[in-house]
Write a protein that binds this ligand. Structure first.
Ligand SMILES: *Cc1c(COP(=O)(O)O)cnc(C)c1O
Length: 382
């Protein structure tokens, strides 16, 4: 098994927490939901946290509660997982891709402004790799043009911008608890917001569009409920929330370890001029979901695919995040953006590699990665 790029860490405490719920009265929509949401809101410094069955469902919720509809446009980044843009299509809205900055691969605010039209309703931005986007600039654009900012922070749990935690810095912030992310509930997601109206709509949306949940009705001894919107079953279970609560207690330790590993890579890369780490803005505390390097192909005698294969052959599970969304067949065939229209994202795509990074990696794992990089890059050096 190669060293993967990311991996969960489940300990006995996590297992015991889930088993406790299995023995309890509530397997889903019980007390663990609120407990997890409350703890998550406290961690991210925000008033409301609404759990969802996945990060993708959470994105769908966020896009839906601002009533995006056919004819609307929202500006987003190509350098992300396709779910970021798909949530707009779920609502019938049109994703419009704006190019990224070459050094951070974060969406470029100047490019956003170029794409704003009278149809634009929202900005769906991504804290790529775990670095928060320049949210003051996004908010300024949002104020100027009357837009909502949805922040896809699936990479950025625990990141900070000017000392403030990601979670309450945009209208709605979305997180994922997939096993490769900072904490896991197997599948799971969350939307955080300081807006009580949006929080209420999100809770309704994840529960078929019904205003109350089963447990609330039990408490009131009532059978009556009304469906007021078209919603979905996007609920997270109590089993998963118990796991999430147990995982959340380890977040600070794991973040510290992610930053330590990133620092080791930073130092090692000083000896590897054919690799450039992404730039990190001075006013952020990076959450390091990913450690992404860009190959300096001018110094190398081989394409990314060859270097990727050579590193895999050394047992290093490097990965590529991401194929730019507009280049996927689904998006290409529907003409959302033609190849060549987002030159910085497309150029970066030819050069990026994600190095293994997860809290359980040992220092000697990191050394193995660095050693393999030295070996492979010297083989491919011009
Ligand atoms: C993981 C991820 C998602 C989707 O989350 P799921 O929980 O897998 O549905 C969305 N956006 C980004 C940027 C992600 O990394």
């Amino acid at each position: 098994m190669p060293l993967p790029y990311g991996k969960q860490w489940i300990d006995e405490e996590d297992i015991a927490a889930v088993v406790d719920v299995l023995r309890s009265d509530w397997l889903t929509t019980g007390p663990k939901i609120e407990e997890f949401e409350t703890a998550f809101a406290a961690t991210t410094g925000v008033k409301y946290a609404v759990s969802f069955s996945s990060g993708t469902a959470a994105l769908h919720g966020a896009a839906s509660v601002i009533a995006l509809r056919p004819g609307d446009e929202a500006i987003t980044t190509p350098m992300t997982f396709c779910a970021t843009a798909n949530c707009l299509l779920y609502c019938g809205a049109r994703p419009v891709f704006a190019d990224v900055e070459s050094d951070t691969l974060l969406i470029d605010p100047a490019e956003i402004e170029r794409h704003i039209t009278s149809q634009t309703r929202a900005l769906v931005v991504v804290d790529y790799a775990g670095q928060p986007v320049a949210l003051h600039e996004m908010s300024a654009l949002a104020d100027k043009y009357g837009l909502t900012v949805i922040e896809d922070a699936c990479h950025a749990l625990g990141a900070r911008l000017e000392g403030r935690p990601v979670g309450g810095l945009s209208t709605m912030t979305v997180f994922s608890f997939h096993p490769v992310k900072h904490i896991t509930t197997a599948e799971g997601g969350m939307v955080t917001t300081n807006d009580p109206g949006l929080a209420e709509k999100l809770r309704c949306f994840r529960n078929h569009g019904i205003g109350s949940d089963h447990r609330q009705r039990e408490r009131l001894g009532s059978w009556f409920y009304e469906m007021v919107e078209l919603g979905y079953n996007y609920r997270l279970t109590d089993l998963q929330c118990a796991l999430g609560l147990s995982q959340l207690r380890k977040l600070d330790r794991w973040l510290a370890r992610r930053r330590e590993i990133a620092h080791r890579y930073d130092l090692a890369l000083q000896q590897l001029p054919a690799l450039r780490p992404l730039a990190v803005h001075s006013n952020v505390e990076h959450a390091y979901h990913l450690y992404v390097v860009q190959l300096d192909l001018e110094q190398l005698n081989g394409a990314r695919s060859e270097i990727f294969a050579a590193l895999r052959a050394e047992g290093i599970g490097v990965n590529v995040h991401y194929i730019p969304v507009h280049l996927h067949p689904f998006y290409r065939e529907r003409g959302f953006a033609v190849a060549g229209s987002l030159p910085r994202a497309e150029a970066a795509y030819e050069r990026i590699l994600s190095l293994p990074l997860f809290p359980r990696m040992s220092d000697s794992d990191v050394d193995d990665v660095v050693e393999a990089l030295h070996k492979v890059l010297s083989e491919f050096s011009r």
